[in-house]
Design a protein around this ligand. Structure first.
Ligand SMILES: Cc1cc2nc3c(=O)[nH]c(=O)nc-3n(C[C@H](O)[C@H](O)[C@H](O)COP(=O)(O)O)c2cc1C
Ligand code: SF4
Length: 518
C-alpha cells in the first residue's frame, strides 16, 4: 500500500524549514524505493512543533516534530513509513493536549487535508453548507446566519447576519462580497492559515454570502505580505471554477458567483473596510466617512458585504450543522468558536480554536505554557496594535466581546501577544503612538496630529521633563483621539496607551523614568 506523508506547506512552516524537509523526504523515498505520496497540508497551528511531519498508518496518523532536514534519514531508519518510534515521535496528533483541548469548527480541516484538493475537501464535509444554501431562499440563509449569533471576526464584532440583511434588502443591479484578508494586526495569522490550509472553506463561505444577498461577484483582498496565501487562493479559485462551485451557475443553481483575488496595498489602514474599498477601486487607501454604509453604497458605489476571512469561513458549518449547533458554543452574546492566536514571548505559540469563554489566564498559562524565556508574564496585549495591555490581575477576564469591553479592552481579531517582566510599558505606549503616526491615513486631525504629539509627549516623559504634566497631557490627548477620530485607528490607539499607564504606573513614574534614562 502506498504511504501518505504530510509535510506542511503553509508559510509559517516554510519559514521554519518545511521545504528543506520535503526535499529530504523526497530524496529518502527515492533512495529507499518506498511507494509514498507527499501531501503538502496546512499547519495544525502548533508552531513550536513545526515543521510537523505526519504519516498515515492503519492505526491513524502519527506525527513527528519539529523535524529538520538532518533528522529525515534517521526518521526513515526508525520506520517513519509505518509510524515507527523516534526521538521526535509525537504520537497521534489528535491526542496532543493543544489539539485535543480545541473545538475546531472553522479550522476543522486545516492541517488535515490537501488544501487544493476539492475531493479531499468534500470527503471531509466540505460543500455540505453550500449544497443546502443553493436550495434555500436568500432570506432564509440570512436568517440562519443571524440566528447562529455569528459576529464579525475582523475586530468590531458586528453581527454578520444583520450586515447581510442590509445588503439583501437594498435593491441594486450589482452587489459584491468583499473578503477582508488584510490581516494587519500584530500576533494574528488565522486568516493566513485558513487561506493556505483550507482555502475552499473561504470560497464556500463567500459563495453562500453571494447566494444570500444576490451578489454575483466577490473579491478577496489579501495583504501583499502574504504571497503564499495569494498563490494558494488563486489555485483554489481556479479549481472551484472548473468544478462548477464558482462561475455562471453555482453548483447547478440559477445564480452565478465568481471570485477575484487582489493583492493589498501594504498599509495597516487598508484593513479598515472603507479604506479597503478605496484601495480595491484603485484609489489611495483613505478612510471614507460613514454613512453611507458599505452595505448600502460600498464597492463602486454598490451594496457590498465586507467580512473578515474567519467570519466568512465560519458560515459553511453554520449552514451545514444549523444555527443552533453553532450557537450552542460560547457565552453571553459571543456565540460559537474563536480562533485565538497566541504569540509573542510564549512557550507554545500557535492557533487555538475554542468556544468563547476561556479566561485570559487559562489561555496564557495553560494553553500557551507561560513565557518562552521562563520569566514571569508581565502583560498581554489582546486585539492587535490597538488592543489594551492586560496585567495578571485581569487574567480572570473571559474571552468574550462584552467582558473585554467592560475592562476597557477588546478582542479584535483574537491575537494575543505575551510579554515577560522585562517589558518596558512606557516604550510600548510610545510604540502605539508611533504606529498610529506612521499608519494614519491623514484624513482627520486627532489621529494625524495627535499621534505625533503623543510620541513627543511620551519622549519628554521618558526624559523626565515635567513628568506629571506630560502624563496629564497624554491622558487629555487620548481622550481627544478616542472621541474625535473618524475611524478606530486613531480612536483605539488610546487603549494600549492608557492601559499601559493605568495598569503599569511604575513604568511611568519619575523614579522609573529617571532610572530608565540612565
Ligand atoms: C485601522 C483598521 C484596520 C483594520 N484591519 C482589519 C483587517 O486587517 N482585517 C479585518 O478583517 N478587519 C479589519 N478591520 C475591521 C474592518 O474595518 C471591518 O470591521 C471588517 O472587515 C468587517 O468584517 P467582519 O464584520 O467580518 O469583522 C480594521 C479596522 C480598522 C479601523
Ligand atoms: S482616525 Fe486616522 S486612520 Fe482613521 S480616518 Fe482619521 S486619520 Fe485616517
Amino acid at each position: 500500500m502506498s504511504v501518505t506523508i504530510y509535510i506542511p506547506g503553509d508559510s509559517g512552516s516554510l519559514s521554519l524549514g518545511a521545504e528543506k524537509v520535503a526535499k529530504a523526504v523526497e530524496k529518502e523515498i527515492a533512495a529507499r524505493g518506498i511507494d509514498a505520496r507527499i501531501v503538502r497540508n496546512g499547519s495544525r497551528g502548533l508552531y513550536w512543533l513545526e515543521p510537523m511531519v505526519e504519516v498515515r498508518t492503519e492505526a491513524g496518523r502519527v506525527a513527528y516534530g519539529p523535524v529538520s532536514a538532518k533528522d529525515v534519514a534517521s526518521l526513515f531508519d526508525a520506520g517513519l513509513a509505518n509510524g515507527g518510534q523516534h526521538k521526535l515521535s509525537l504520537g497521534d496528533p489528535e491526542k496532543l493536549p493543544f489539539v485535543a483541548k480545541q473545538t475546531r469548527l472553522t479550522f476543522a480541516r486545516c492541517g488535515i487535508t490537501d488544501p487544493i484538493s476539492l475531493e479531499d475537501y468534500e470527503a471531509h464535509g466540505g460543500l455540505a453548507g453550500l449544497r443546502k444554501a443553493v436550495s434555500m431562499a436568500p432570506a432564509d440563509i440570512v436568517k440562519q446566519v443571524t440566528e447562529s449569533g455569528l459576529r464579525g471576526r475582523g475586530g468590531a464584532g458586528f453581527p454578520t447576519g444583520i450586515k447581510w440583511k442590509t445588503v439583501l434588502d437594498t435593491a441594486a443591479d450589482q452587489k459584491y462580497i468583499v473578503c477582508n484578508a488584510d490581516e494587519g494586526d500584530s500576533a494574528t495569522f488565522a486568516d493566513r492559515m485558513i487561506m493556505e490550509g483550507d482555502p475552499f472553506v473561504l470560497i464556500e463561505g463567500m459563495a453562500i454570502a453571494g447566494l444570500a444577498t444576490h451578489a454575483t461577484k466577490g473579491y478577496v483582498y489579501i495583504r501583499s505580505e502574504y504571497p503564499h496565501a495569494i498563490a494558494v487562493m488563486d489555485k483554489a479559485v481556479k479549481v472551484a471554477r472548473r468544478a462548477g462551485v464558482l462561475g455562471k451557475s453555482v453548483l447547478g443553481s440559477s445564480q452565478g458567483f465568481d471570485i477575484e483575488i487582489r493583492s493589498g496595498a501594504g498599509a495597516y489602514v487598508c484593513g479598515e473596510e472603507t479604506s479597503l474599498l478605496n484601495s480595491l477601486e484603485g484609489k489611495r487607501g483613505v478612510v471614507r466617512a460613514k454613512p453611507p454604509l458599505p452595505a448600502i453604497q460600498g464597492l463602486f458605489g454598490k451594496p457590498t458585504v465586507i467580512n473578515n476571512v474567519i467570519s466568512l469561513a465560519s458560515v459553511p458549518i453554520v449552514m451545514d450543522k444549523g444555527a443552533q449547533y453553532y450557537k450552542d458554543f460560547g457565552m453571553g452574546r459571543s456565540r460559537g468558536t474563536i480562533p485565538i492566536q497566541i504569540a509573542g514571548n510564549v512557550k507554545h505559540g500557535g492557533l487555538f480554536e475554542v468556544a468563547f469563554g476561556l479566561t485570559l489566564g487559562e489561555i496564557v498559562d495553560e494553553i500557551g505554557g507561560g513565557t518562552a524565556t521562563g520569566r514571569p508574564v508581565k502583560a498581554v496585549q489582546v486585539g492587535g496594535p490597538l488592543g489594551a495591555y492586560f496585567p495578571r490581575a485581569l487574567f480572570d477576564t473571559p474571552f468574550d466581546y462584552e467582558e473585554f469591553a467592560k475592562r476597557d479592552g477588546l478582542i479584535g481579531h483574537a491575537g494575543i501577544t505575551v510579554f515577560d517582566d522585562s517589558a518596558d510599558m512606557l516604550k510600548q505606549a510610545r510604540f502605539a503612538m508611533e504606529f498610529c503616526a506612521i499608519e494614519s491615513c491623514g484624513k482627520c486631525t486627532p489621529c494625524r496630529i495627535g499621534s505625533t504629539r503623543g510620541v513627543e509627549t511620551l519622549d519628554k516623559l521618558k526624559q523626565n521633563i515635567e513628568p506629571e504634566k506630560q502624563l496629564a497631557l497624554v491622558t487629555d490627548l487620548c481622550n481627544t483621539m478616542k472621541f474625535g477620530s473618524l475611524c478606530a485607528l486613531g480612536g483605539f490607539t488610546p487603549y494600549p496607551v492608557m492601559s499601559a499607564i493605568h495598569h503599569f504606573p511604575e513604568d511611568f513614574r519619575p523614579a522609573a523614568v529617571a532610572q530608565a534614562a540612565e
